[in-house]
Design a protein around this ligand. Sequence first.
Ligand SMILES: C[S@@+](CC[C@H](N)C(=O)[O-])C[C@H]1O[C@@H](n2cnc3c(N)ncnc32)[C@H](O)[C@@H]1O
Ligand code: SF4
Length: 368
Amino acid sequence: MMSKSSALYIHIPFCHNICTYCDFKKFIYNQKMVDEYFESLFLEANKLNNKKYHTIYIGGGTPSSIDRHNLESLLTFCQNHLNNKNFEFTIECNVEDVNEDLLILFRKYSINRLSIGVQTFNEKFIKFCNRKHNKKMAIDNINLASKYFKNVSIDLIYAFPTQTINELADDLKIAMTLPIVHISYYSLLIEDNTILKNNGYQNVSDDVQTKMYKRIYKTLKNNGFHRYEISNFAKYKKYESKHNKTYWQNKHYDAIGLGASGYIDNQRYTNTINLTKYLKHDFSNSSTVDLTLDDKLFEEIMLGLRLDEGINIKKLEKKYHFIFKEKYRNALLNGYKYHLINKKNGFIKTTFKGSLLLNSLLVFFLEC
Ligand SMILES: C[S@@+](CC[C@H](N)C(=O)[O-])C[C@H]1O[C@@H](n2cnc3c(N)ncnc32)[C@H](O)[C@@H]1O
Ligand code: SF4
């Protein structure tokens, strides 16, 4: 175990307040629990031995909300597990946590990429999400972050119930004035067991989502952001997230922390999602899935088609010893017929239409 990956994900499941749409594994911040969590986390981390990583990603929850003592211990640990060149070290921050002291601390410990959760600059939708920033704070703090970091990404959400195209355009207009080099732009998903779902909200229609997505794609493209994954846009290739590409390129990665998922030796595992167990140093997995050949192939396709670079057919055939066009004959025929995919330089990629209809396209592959 824990040998083949060059990426490490670390989950920090605490937040000072709970957003109405969020179904991620997280708990309201409690210092005693945080202290115990970090004790457990470092014990679990022993399984990594002295391995060095090319990318480390601290996600949550809200890692930027953690007290200074525990945060510094975690950053020291990460610094000791980075390989010594070209690493990418990302931490997720909520925009209201960004301040000069925190940015200086991040730099001191070699963080070189910030992923800042903003979601929206619109005061009405900020309240709808139960986020704690406001438009001015978001703009000021992103500007501040860029004084310390070149590689600043923001997370935005579109397709809020009642959101108009003009309101979306306002968010885009502000984002395009900011010194950021990467944007993750997600459509709002009303998930089970969230405040929004419990209050009866529903996802906006597919038509509205598509119209908004097209507007986002066009605006970002016109402002120098290329799409490299369905929801991810970077200003230059060097700012594409190396860590997240590990997932999309179906490479191995390690993961520690409550509910964190990793992929090693063709096995996907998810750590226990029971906080009480985790705090008692019980690190047994909540699930491990041994992937069959068909599972692995479908995952390669599902993830590869999310990427604009697409799927490298020769590489895949070599890895799994099969002939792509024989196994996926029908999917390819349908994909070409409906203009959902094309083939270029040995890569199968989605057309723009295909990227909008990805789920239907995947069904063709699933049926092969
Ligand atoms: C789970 S959060 C963790 C980072 C940080 N706590 C924050 O809120 O910014 C990661 C990102 O997932 C996205 N996200 C979470 N739930 C979502 C949902 N139901 N629909 C769309 N995006 C969602 C948000 O953009 C968020 O920034
Ligand atoms: S979106 Fe982020 S801050 Fe909000 S509850 Fe989820 S993890 Fe916490």
